[in-house]
Design a protein around this ligand. Structure first.
Ligand SMILES: [Zn+2]
Length: 64
């Protein structure tokens, strides 16, 4: 049985903490980078997607 990849990239997280009081753009950037390096929670949170829609920011495609 194939093992599902849900591994946490601890080193990446330590090197890339979420900024304090991040802007929507900072959060988007963080999640995009996060998806490239870590699989602990793939994709972009629904709440952030809603914020992006409000601000008319294009939601990038992220393979889950
Ligand atoms: Zn992660």
């Amino acid at each position: 049985m194939a093992k599902k990849i849900t591994s946490l990239n601890k080193e990446w997280h330590l090197a890339h903490p979420m900024p304090k009081n991040p802007t929507v753009q900072q959060r988007i950037d963080w999640h995009l980078e996060h998806n490239k390096h870590c699989r602990c929670h793939p994709g972009i949170p629904e709440k952030l997607k809603e914020e992006m829609k409000k601000l008319k920011i294009k939601i990038p495609r992220i393979p889950n």
